[in-house]
Design a protein around this ligand. Sequence first.
Ligand SMILES: Cc1cc2nc3c(=O)[nH]c(=O)nc-3n(C[C@H](O)[C@H](O)[C@H](O)COP(=O)(O)O)c2cc1C
Length: 397
Amino acid sequence: MSNYLIGVAGGIACYKTITLCRLLMKAGHDVRVIMTDNACKFITPLTFETITRHRAYTGEFDPGLAPDIIEHIDLAGWADEFVIAPATANTMAKIAYGISDNLLTSTALVFQKPIIFAPAMNVDMYADFTTQENMRRLLRMGHRIIEPGVGEMACKASGKGRMSEPEDIIEYLFADKILAGIRVLVTAGPTVEPIDPVRFISNRSSGKMGAAIARKALEMGADVDVVAGPVTADLSGLKVTSVQTATEMLNAVKDKLGNSDILIMAAAVADYRPADYSDIKIKKTADDMNIRLEKNPDILINIAPLKKDMQVFTGFAAESNDVRENALKKLEAKKLDFIVANDISRQDIGFETEDNEVSMFFSDGTAVDSGKLPKSGVAEIILEKAYDIFRKKNGTL
Ligand SMILES: Cc1cc2nc3c(=O)[nH]c(=O)nc-3n(C[C@H](O)[C@H](O)[C@H](O)COP(=O)(O)O)c2cc1C
């Protein structure tokens, strides 16, 4: 049984938090609720008091408390888990910058473990640059974000921003956090290699597989860093370093590698780049043109000498033929612990699709097929395998 402290901020999704509290209570946990003044305009403290059988904590300076109680300190000390649902844009912004002007935000500053935020807000408010920046800052501070869902909202707008359903929040909270304390570095998306200021060559990649791995790793408790090329996949709420070229991706990976336990290279890095970049736009005067390409640095080969014994490295191989043979060759050449092979000749999986089916080849000669699954399911299997190897290397098996 754990002590769950639930912060409720002023959004219409407050009503869902009643169910969240009920589900936590039903699972045998003790639940206490802090409400902001604005949350009290949507729903009364009495509702939470009746559900949780505790006072709902509201004002920081409520009269009549025993003199030995200092609520923001005592509540932070009492809580095993601190979940803010709904997390308004306002409350997230305040916590991201250490503003502590009410009981909820003051308690957040005292609580020294990761706080779990379930954002809920209008689609534009969620997509807003400052909200996204603040969420990235919260992640960098070690907090966690349960991604909101997509759908119709109370304001009639449709899009991303609906608070996750209470059942999904419960699933997130109760999920086995096998990657807690483990740092996972994921690369995602294509790289682009400029020809001139307006043209480039690139690879087909949406970044969806990398994004799915990063989100799943977060869900499994890891500390996650993403290095991403220009993706179309949604990376909101993730800690992302954005790059353009293969060389930039190599440098960003090198930069973060020392602080990573598991590296998953899911990016589709361009093998070649134009040998001569023109810093002015090339005119279309000639009937044809040749672009000489030169080889990009191979990221995995470049970082192989930096690999520490306890680190786990995984690469992806997108193959259209001889999937097994090609994957095995890469596994050996790049000193990977395992390689995830995609058969990109299939239309129903891989690039830009929601599903994937991969084969994993391990350095001990074994292989495992994932079967066709949503990318998040494939991500989970990959992370579980990486975790098994990490545990073996680090002597806990
Ligand atoms: C009807 C109504 C609904 C609102 N819904 C949300 C919401 O879902 N998410 C959000 O971030 N802000 C929402 N707001 C704005 C917040 O209530 C406002 O930013 C407030 O300052 C948040 O305060 P708090 O974070 O201290 O609770 C809403 C405001 C109104 C009037």
